[in-house]
Design a protein around this ligand. Structure first.
Ligand SMILES: [Zn+2]
Length: 321
């Protein structure tokens, strides 16, 4: 781990800690994000009421993605007719995380009311309006893209994820999410956490002899224990994840697996932007020119700007021909 860059951080930051409760036939993970979120969110300069939903969506994305076997990119996208029009976050198999949001400042101010800056409790209907939640797994060319889409139903993002699990006939899954921004010496620091439990298929759990009623009781117990985690515990940088899991599930003797680290890393590049520009007719680039006549393309995920003067454009369009 790199040394502290200010604020509180723990050795669990920016990692998923997978675990299994053998006695209950349940697996789960604790995901905690810290400096990675600072890297991604702070550079956008979003208002808190947009930034906190983004932080929650990113930790949800990390929890869901690391519970799947895939080789590529997992994307979580929320779109709606509310003040936050679009929120996108994705995670690659090797742990590169990124995210951004698009919002309408005026609608946001109206929705929050005077003097309120943070997203209110149960903010989903107010900030996203009517919309949908989509999960996509992209494993590259020559493979089928998996996509799950559900209407945005629920007060919180965790509720919406539960709707998805129910409607898409996934294994019974419970998830709890929390995110918070604190300011230390004038510098903002983010922390977000997700705690997830999922009933294992009977065969995987080695519990073929366990009857249905017992399975349901065991599942209920896992959910109750998970739900007993407080937000303060989940976000506490001084409380190691292992200690938290033990505190919650000690009677079930949680078995832990190798941690999965995350980093803030965007996949944009000049070559990619070249390709995007090539897909647009050169005479249609007018709106994208800055006062000096250069075409400037900004990556929404990381805010990096790519500038092209006419000579650059000559080169791009020459290679397109
Ligand atoms: Zn980028």
């Amino acid at each position: 781990m790199s040394p502290a860059s200010g604020g509180l951080r723990s050795s669990d930051d920016d990692q998923a800690l997978p675990f299994q409760l053998d006695a209950l036939g349940v697996r789960g993970r604790l995901v905690r994000l810290g400096p990675t979120l600072d890297d991604i969110i702070e550079r956008h300069g979003y208002p808190l009421a947009v930034a906190r939903p983004l932080a929650e969506a990113m930790v949800l994305c990390a929890a869901l993605a690391t519970s799947l076997k895939y080789d590529g990119i997992f994307t979580l996208q929320i779109s709606g007719d509310g003040p936050i029009r679009l929120l996108v976050t994705d995670l690659t198999t090797d742990g590169a995380l990124r995210g951004y949001a698009q919002f309408d400042s005026w609608k946001l101010a109206v929705a929050l009311g005077a003097g309120n800056h943070d997203a209110p409790e149960g903010y989903v209907p107010k900030l996203f309006g009517r919309g949908r939640l989509a999960f996509t797994v992209d494993q590259g060319q020559h493979t089928e893209r998996y996509q799950g889409i559900v209407p945005l139903e629920g007060a919180t993002l965790a509720d919406c994820a539960h709707t998805y699990f129910r409607q898409s006939e996934q294994l019974p899954t419970g998830i709890k999410i929390s995110a918070q921004r604190t300011v230390t010496d004038g510098v903002g620091h983010w922390r977000a956490a997700a705690l997830m439990v999922q009933q294992m298929p009977e065969f995987d759990a080695g519990r073929i002899d366990v009857d249905r009623e017992q399975r349901e009781d065991d599942w209920r117990r896992a959910v109750i224990l998970m739900a007993s985690a407080t937000e303060a515990e989940m976000l506490d940088a001084k409380l190691p994840g292992t200690t938290l899991l033990y505190r919650l599930f000690h009677q079930e003797r949680p078995r832990q697996f190798e941690r999965r680290p995350f980093v803030a890393r965007c996949r944009c590049s000049r070559q990619r932007i070249d390709r995007v520009l090539r897909s647009i007719k050169r005479e249609e680039l007018g709106d994208m020119r800055d006062p000096s006549g250069r075409v400037v393309v900004k990556c929404e995920f990381c805010s990096t700007e790519y500038a092209y003067d006419d000579r650059d454009l000559d080169r791009i369009y020459a290679s397109a021909a």
